[in-house]
Ligand binder design. Structure first.
Ligand code: KIV
Length: 273
């Protein structure tokens, strides 16, 4: 019987990622930011790994995603690409890299692809970044778009509340979803929007939708790995399920280690040379 550690699984390319929607094969995506976590997720069978700019929060400790730099994102993306051999790997383009001159956006995306080895980039926004999306896509770089709550716009949005509850906003989101599909994006993250709207978007476009706080009728789901593992203790928005309590386990293990070092019961004879 093949174990989950075997390498006979085929790499998930952008083409395969897109085909999963037509096959009704729901996409399980998680974030990762380092080699060890990427390898664990990959070997456990996740379909896609996102190097989210949430690295700014959960790796660096910033209050928002805005401060993380392109160099820092490339570093994390390189670590993940070294650890994941099967999953489709997507890296976030950080704040400020894609909202101006499309040539600058292209240069940033090219750097990300060349220096990290990921399979695709993710870009927050729709019509506002259409020229940049076109230029990046024309260069042969697969792009996953991101609509709804776009955390890079937190200062404009005034917080992290549910988006597109009003009809006009919902219509704009639907139109942006159609636009990113038309431009050639290979997927669309929908963050913190009403489930009914996420369902409507999912049924209206041919590219896979990946939800976070968008109900269960999208083509896949994404969560921040440290959140779903229960490592970011104290952070528990409604959409988040803790699939483990790794934070508590780490603290218990560390407390035991401290006690054993102080009591000189670690290392014991069998752990010594
Ligand atoms: O940065 C991130 O982790 C993300 C996901 C939450 C979708 O964009």
């Amino acid at each position: 019987m093949a174990s989950y550690l075997s390498t006979d699984k085929k790499k998930i390319t952008a083409t395969r990622f897109m085909a999963m929607k037509g096959e009704g094969d729901k996409i399980a995506m998680l974030t990762a930011y380092d080699f060890t976590m990427a390898r664990l997720l990959d070997e456990a069978g996740v379909d896609a790994i996102l190097i989210g700019d949430s690295a700014s929060n959960v790796m660096i400790g910033n209050a928002t995603t805005l401060p993380i730099t392109l160099d820092q994102m490339i570093y994390h993306a390189r670590c993940v690409a070294n650890g994941a051999k099967h999953a489709f790997i997507v890296a976030d383009m950080p704040f400020g890299t894609v909202h101006g001159d499309p040539q600058v956006a292209l240069a940033a995306a090219v750097r990300m692809m060349k220096e990290s080895g990921v399979d695709a980039v993710k870009v927050e926004g729709g019509h506002q970044v259409a020229d940049s999306l076109k230029m990046i896509l024309d260069a042969g770089i697969p792009v996953v778009a991101h609509l709804g709550l776009t955390p890079q716009s937190v200062n404009k949005l005034g917080g992290y509340s549910v988006q597109a509850k009003e009809e006009a906003e919902a219509e704009q989101l639907l139109s942006d979803a159609r636009l990113v599909e038309e431009l050639g994006c290979c997927g669309l993250v929908l963050e913190k929007i009403p489930s009914a709207l996420a369902k409507q978007v999912t049924e209206s476009i041919s590219i896979p939708t990946i939800g976070i706080g968008a109900g269960n009728e999208t083509d896949g789901q994404v969560l921040v790995c440290t959140d779903m593992l229960g490592m970011t203790m104290g952070f528990k928005p409604k959409f988040l399920r803790h699939f483990a309590n790794v934070g508590v386990q780490i603290q218990e293990a560390v407390a035991t280690y401290c006690r054993e070092v102080k009591a000189q019961t670690f290392p014991n004879d069998s752990e010594s040379y």
